[in-house]
Design a protein around this ligand. Structure first.
Ligand SMILES: [Zn+2]
Length: 92
């Protein structure tokens, strides 16, 4: 069985990627802001350093999710993206 990839747009570079290659941030209706899970309004960021280390990314995220991001979340978010490798350097 072959599944079609689900394509989503990165909120920073506005390019379309397979959802598997994106970091998903969701404003969950019950649990608040979540990474890679949750149900509700979502925003996606690609795993290229240019995007996730964008100084405006938090503003873009807050705008996309229409919410204020707590500093605690920013901490979690930064730890999460720090664990990513930058595939933009690998020619993908
Ligand atoms: Zn991007």
């Amino acid at each position: 069985m072959k599944q079609n990839p689900v394509m989503r747009i990165c909120i920073s570079c506005r390019k379309t990627y397979d959802r598997k290659n994106l970091l998903k941030i969701t404003k969950d209706n019950k649990q608040g802001i979540m990474l890679q899970k949750g149900m509700g309004r979502s925003a996606y960021i690609c795993k290229s350093k240019k995007c996730y280390s964008d100084s405006k990314i938090k503003k873009k995220l807050q705008k996309a999710l229409k919410t204020y991001l707590e500093p605690e979340f920013i901490d979690i978010f930064e730890k999460e993206i720090a664990s990513y490798y930058d595939y933009s350097n690998k020619g993908i």
